[in-house]
Ligand binder design. Structure first.
Ligand SMILES: CC(C)(COP(=O)(O)OP(=O)(O)OC[C@H]1O[C@@H](n2cnc3c(N)ncnc32)[C@H](O)[C@@H]1OP(=O)(O)O)[C@@H](O)C(=O)NCCC(=O)NCCS
Length: 260
């Protein structure tokens, strides 16, 4: 997983070779190399690639994690129909949905999302979003979910999101899960930059973004008409080169990266 040559990190030169079937095969067959292992297939960059940060001869074109992705106290893994009740327990709450772009969900909303788009197990191309459930390693309870979206192949950009059951709030679980997603984004998908967009009133989310090392870059004033009112947005970001000097308390994968 670590110590690989500098790679081209985009699907652009290699997309024709990267089929969904490859991702499925990788997911099914690759054993975990370590606690944040990701099965990846590397392809040669096409000669004359116009991708400015393609420096080498290898291309990492998918993110197909070997599940569960582990952190100190959590397991991240795809959601399933067995999670309906646990998801409803927090995604149906108005206070959880106040600053996120969806309304409180009912069972039908959850089932529809579980069928698509939450059924995705890998990121294969720009625009794909991976939503993973976060369960307690101790007892398997689902306490929240995290999202990674590959927003731009050309610019190597992604976005993260997180929604947690307030019953398990204030214990650092959400930050731990979001940090694990940054490992996927930077170490495995090899993104250049990851952002988080936060409603300026959502102080818990802003604190979380800062806690995982993201830098606040902007405070946009009344940039969105959101749920019936003009709202401000805070934009947080982290670059790959900043990520490499970021550590997170208790994270074994961070130690592994440092030992490279
Ligand atoms: C955003 C959200 C995930 C933050 O939840 P949270 O409980 O504050 O975050 P964490 O689980 O990381 O817990 C962090 C808190 O636990 C505290 N904490 C206690 N024990 C801890 C431990 N062992 N390790 C780390 N932190 C610990 C931290 O100090 C921190 O408190 P603080 O924010 O007052 O400084 C949650 O509010 C949420 O799901 N909101 C609804 C959805 C939403 O708005 N999502 C964001 C969209 S941008």
């Amino acid at each position: 997983m670590f110590g690989m040559p500098m790679c081209c990190r985009t699907t652009i030169p290699c997309r024709s070779r990267c089929l969904a079937a490859d991702v499925a095969a990788l997911t099914a067959t690759s054993p975990p190399a370590n606690k944040l292992a990701t099965a990846r297939r590397r392809y040669p960059c096409r000669a004359g690639s116009d991708v400015p940060w393609c420096h080498g001869t290898l291309s990492t074109v998918t993110l197909a994690p070997v599940y569960p992705v582990r952190s100190a106290r959590l397991l991240l893994r795809p959601l399933s129909l067995a999670d309906i009740d646990a998801l409803l327990a927090y995604r149906s709450l108005p206070e959880v949905c106040r600053y996120v772009p969806f309304a409180p969900m009912g069972p039908a909303d959850i089932v529809a999302r579980l069928r698509e788009p939450w059924a995705r197990r890998a990121i294969a191309q720009e625009g794909d979003a991976l939503v993973l459930g976060a369960e307690l390693a101790d007892d398997g309870r689902l306490i929240g979910d995290v999202m990674l979206r590959w927003t731009s192949a050309e610019h190597g950009c992604g976005e993260i999101g997180y929604v947690f059951n307030p019953r398990y709030g204030g214990r650092g679980f959400a930050a731990e899960a979001a940090h694990a997603v940054l490992h996927l984004a930077f170490d495995d998908l090899r993104l250049h930059r990851v952002i988080a967009r936060v409603d300026a009133r959502n102080t818990a989310s802003a604190r979380l973004a800062a806690r995982i090392g993201m830098r606040q870059e902007a405070h946009l004033v009344e940039n969105e008409w959101f749920k019936g009112e003009w709202t401000d947005e805070l934009d947080f970001a982290l670059l790959g080169r900043e990520w490499r000097s970021t550590t997170f308390s208790g994270c074994e994968a961070c130690s592994a990266v440092k030992e490279r």
